[in-house]
Ligand binder design. Structure first.
Ligand code: MG
Length: 530
């Protein structure tokens, strides 16, 4: 019997040695997968696994996520466990022993994982996925430091340092303690209350804030990059938010939906090396940002009947959207009898109108921003009604010197109210333009342009221009490498957003008078360059 016991102890010791030598030999062997995806409490959703279970961690590893997040708490008898809430099966964790808590299994039959179990699982058959360790703050005075000390001691005991990608916490005290214990440990702060400069000053590695914090403080994104801070956002589960984070070059995206984030990465321009260089997400209210947008005023051309203003009624930002509103309202024409127009044969009609009947807005980046070669994306919902002519388009920066059409025009999206099912993507140049009926344009069917948002995009390189509706290229124009008469597109162009009323194109079937006021809604404008 005694021999058996000794044998059992020996086997136990050997086994323990084996585990620890396995673990120590694994040190330095992991390279985290090269993607942005951090599974929030493991990857549990698709397979219906419990959050913070070892099964959900393993699933995150199988999915090749760069990180898998989990939550650490400490029981009354100082056992570190992995679970989210402060209570478990109606027992307060900090007031209950591990034995009391562990009577209740997870819904998949797993034992309530200790941090030790969890780390060992994360160090086994894993060559992709970093462990993102969230330490939950304690309710009890002084206990935060104790938890931080114990977590760090366990990680050291298990030689698990290289498997931990980051420590995260809502407690600044905990993060600072971690830095003190191991200055090489990476720490991300979860509470959105601190500015990037404060984190940098305190030696915190980065920000892991709710994505809305970054939408409210878009300048934090650039600042964080400038300071070399890691940018992480939680918890992005919707396509729209994920796309926004990818566009803005976040290092990490914490999600309940890793599969969706992987899908969106494939679709994102950033995966083809496009970098966001300019954008307006319209996450503010009032007039459009004057550092990004200027206005056109009055009547312009094409015998259009709208009078452009900078009134809030005609262009405003609210609820995350830019609205361009056409209105039926009388406004005195400041260009009436103006010498500027009286003597120009094609514009003298402007000098003859004393009062305009409609108002609208035309926003332009002219003089503020322009680009040579770019991918431009505008997500918008179009205005409905016969007589309206909304457009998202560009003009060459040399227009004042050489005039139209020599300067070139790129119509990323044109739509006319009398043809509700189509949009057009077109270029005009000296050789190809609508005066000669040689412009290069194509149309595409568009579903519910007045009820749904669509993404209108242009991908413009030295070799080609692609006009894209919701990811589908419908007009592809090649650079023929002839002269600037065919291809004036090796220069900077600025962007214009407007809704015209009537005019030579929009007014061909008249203007329905019962459609006003009427709005084009723009969710974002994003400009990428290589
Ligand atoms: Mg968490």
């Amino acid at each position: 019997m005694r021999n058996l016991i000794i044998l059992a102890i020996l086997i136990g010791l050997l086994h323990a040695c084996n585990i620890s030598s396995n673990l120590s030999s694994k040190k330095n062997t992991i390279t985290f997968a090269n993607n942005e995806v951090v599974a929030h409490r493991g990857a549990w959703k698709t397979k219906g696994l419990p959050q913070n279970s070892i099964a959900s961690l393993k699933n995150a590893i199988d999915l090749n996520c760069t990180g898998s997040e989990f939550d650490v708490r400490m029981t009354a008898d100082d056992v570190l466990i992995v679970t989210h809430d402060g209570d478990y099966h109606e027992l307060i964790i900090e007031e209950s022993t591990y034995a009391e808590l562990a009577k209740f299994q997870l819904p998949n039959g797993e034992k309530l994982p200790t941090l030790k179990d969890y780390l060992i699982a994360g160090m086994t058959e894993n060559d992709s996925t970093g462990l993102v360790c969230e330490i939950k703050p304690s309710q009890e005075e002084g206990r935060n430091i104790k938890i931080a000390n114990k977590v760090m001691a366990l990680v050291e005991d298990l030689n698990a340092e290289n498997y931990i990608s980051y420590y995260i916490s809502f407690s600044y005290e905990i993060l600072k303690k971690i830095r003190e214990i191991n200055p090489l440990a990476k720490t991300l702060y979860l509470d959105g209350s601190k500015k990037p400069e404060a984190l940098k000053f305190d030696g915190i590695t980065g920000l892991d804030y709710h994505f809305s914090e970054f939408k409210n403080h878009p300048d934090w994104i650039k600042k964080s990059k400038d300071y070399g801070l890691i940018l992480n956002a939680w918890t992005a589960n919707e396509t729209e938010d994920i796309d926004w984070l990818l566009a803005n070059g976040f290092d990490l995206i914490t999600t309940d939906n890793p599969e969706l984030v992987f899908e969106r990465i494939k679709e994102s321009p950033t995966s083809q090396d496009w970098k966001l260089v300019w954008s307006d997400e319209f996450n503010y209210s009032g007039k459009p940002d004057s550092t990004k947008w200027g206005y056109s005023y009055g009547f312009l051309s094409n015998r259009e009947e709208q009078y452009y203003t900078d009134n809030l009624n005609n262009a405003r930002v609210e609820n995350g959207l830019l609205t361009i509103e056409t209105r039926k309202e009388k406004i005195v024409n400041a260009q009436y009898k103006s010498d500027e127009f009286k003597n120009k044969s094609w514009l003298k009609y402007i000098a003859a109108i004393d009062t305009a009947k409609y108002t609208s807005a035309r926003l332009t980046t002219a003089g503020l921003a322009s680009w040579k070669y770019a991918r431009i994306e505008v997500k918008a919902k179009l205005p409905r009604g016969v007589g309206l002519w909304p457009a998202i388009w560009m003009l060459g920066e040399n227009r004042k010197e050489v005039g139209w059409p020599k300067c070139g025009e790129i119509d990323i999206m044109e739509h006319v109210g009398f043809n509700p099912d189509s949009i057009f993507g077109t270029i005009h140049t000296e050789a190809y333009n609508h005066m000669k009926k040689t412009e290069k344009g194509k149309s595409i069917y568009i579903e519910k342009p007045y009820d749904n948002y669509h993404v209108f995009a242009l991908e413009w390189t030295p070799e080609k221009m692609d006009f894209i509706l919701d990811g589908v290229v419908y007009n592809h124009i090649k650079n023929e490498h002839k002269t600037v008469a065919e291809w004036p597109f090796d220069q900077k162009f600025y962007l214009i957003l407007n809704v015209a009323v009537g005019g030579m194109l929009g007014g061909q079937k008249g203007i329905a008078d019962d459609i006003f006021p009427n709005q084009m809604m723009i969710d974002y404008v994003r400009v990428y360059q290589k």
